[in-house]
Design a binder for this molecule. Structure first.
Ligand code: COA
Length: 261
């Protein structure tokens, strides 16, 4: 793994943990951090050993407190569009379509771009001190890293609009009730809980998992028919070594040893 200034990377057996590491700035996403995040994710994607990614923030106060406001405070219209476009393409969409499951461990504030990052991940688990919100309209802008779309998909239009136009953050328990996060645990148990889930995921077929992510994502892609995509991807599974191993293990009454091929 390359050396990074703004993120930390660890690999434990098959679980990679990427930590946004700018605690003095509550892990705000500046350009350099986004670029490093993209490049770390690319490395992780190529690394066959890695089966699951946990994404979290450094310190006990914030997951990510948003895009770095100091970098765009003097932007004009075109620069604003470019900022959003680049954020979507290089990190948020990339993460959503990542072929290994990404669990966001929301360990504190997840605001603006921070919540958008967590929503681009596949699964969210929060600590009980977490606060989540899209406060952009209080700054005179709207969410620009996919927040208007992904929040509506995850919690429904009425709740999303209430959060977006009020700019108010919600508590972890409210996020749980909304279905914005899957579980809420104490901060000290957060990573352990994420690792426990990651271990369960890691024993399953990486090939099938990648196709399951693609099929579920198709549900939210208006250019695709999700049912047709499911049929196509289901068929593709039959051509994988993982499928042969899964069948052989079941018939042989043993645990499958998937190679991700
Ligand atoms: N961009 C840039 N810097 C940020 C930031 C952001 N999104 N969020 C926090 N920081 C910086 C602060 O400027 C401060 O830096 P400084 O010590 O050099 O002045 C540092 O992080 C600590 O933040 P601070 O505001 O002092 O902490 P707090 O505990 O008083 O408040 C928040 C925490 C999260 C409520 C507050 O930082 C905040 O409102 N941040 C902006 C959230 C936001 O609007 N995000 C959406 C951006 S589109």
């Amino acid at each position: 793994m390359a050396t990074y200034q703004n993120i930390l990377y660890t690999l434990d057996v098959s679980i990679a943990t990427i930590t946004i590491n700018r605690p003095d700035k509550l892990n705000a996403l500046n350009r350099a951090t986004l670029a490093e995040l993209r490049s770390a994710l690319e490395e992780v994607e190529k690394n066959r050993v890695v089966r699951v990614v946990i994404l979290t923030g450094s310190g006990n106060k914030a997951f990510v407190a948003g895009a770095d406001i100091s970098e765009f405070s003097s932007f004009e219209k075109n620069q604003g569009s470019e900022l959003a476009q680049k954020g979507h393409e290089s990190v948020m969409d990339y993460l959503q379509n990542f072929n290994k499951p990404v669990i966001a461990a929301i360990n504190g504030y997840a605001l603006g771009g921070g919540l958008e990052l967590a929503m681009a991940a596949h699964i969210r688990i929060a600590s009980d001190n977490a606060k989540m919100g899209l406060p952009e309209v209080s700054l005179g802008v709207i969410p620009g890293y996919g927040g208007t779309q992904r929040l509506s998909q995850l919690i429904g239009k009425g709740r999303a609009l209430e959060m977006i136009v009020s700019a108010q953050a919600i508590s972890a328990s409210q996020a749980l009730a909304y279905g914005l996060v899957n579980h809420v645990v104490s901060q000290e148990n957060l990573l352990e809980t994420c690792v426990g889930l990651a271990q369960k995921i890691a024993s399953n077929s990486p090939k099938a998992i990648g196709k399951a992510i693609e099929a579920v994502n198709a549900c939210f892609d208006f250019s695709k028919n999700g049912f047709d995509e499911e049929i196509r991807l289901f068929g593709e599974c039959f051509g994988t070594e993982d499928f042969k191993e899964g069948m052989a293990a079941f018939m042989g009454k043993r645990k499958a040893d998937f190679k991700g091929k």
